[in-house]
Ligand binder design. Structure first.
Ligand SMILES: [Zn+2]
Length: 129
């Protein structure tokens, strides 16, 4: 998430990969440089996107939110990290129940990299086709 980051360029790359899963797109360093596994989980939760959603199935407004939220979260993440308070801000990562609706959180190893993914099946919507 350097100064060279551009929302337009990020959206363009996402649109070129409509079949890519949301959980993979966020870990793709050619699309979201600097985004890590914690940010992936937190941003998908904040935008209420199911990790197995296909990028091409996301409504335009939501795709924009995904790009903007990832950028914002990456900046906040660095600030929190400096203050040693990363964990305090986790809403879904390593959690057992969803803070919104108290649904048990699902923990699975998803995506091509099989990275640890936490999500809620009640408030995170699966967009697919
Ligand atoms: Zn939930």
């Amino acid at each position: 998430m350097s100064d060279k980051w551009s929302a337009a360029a990020t959206k363009k790359k996402l649109k070129e990969n409509p079949e890519m899963l949301a959980c993979d797109a966020l870990m793709d360093q050619t699309i979201f440089a600097g985004c890590g596994n914690i940010i992936k989980n937190e941003v998908l939760f904040r935008t209420r996107i199911h990790p197995l959603s296909a990028i091409g199935s996301l409504p335009a407004k939501l795709l924009k939110s995904l790009v903007d939220e990832t950028h914002n979260y990456a900046f906040d993440f660095l600030e929190w990290k400096k203050k040693y308070e990363l964990k305090k801000h986790w809403l879904i990562y390593t959690k057992k129940t969803c803070p919104r609706d108290h649904t048990p959180v699902i923990k699975e190893y998803l995506g091509t990299a099989k990275r640890r993914t936490f999500y809620c099946t009640t408030c995170q919507v699966l967009y697919n086709g």
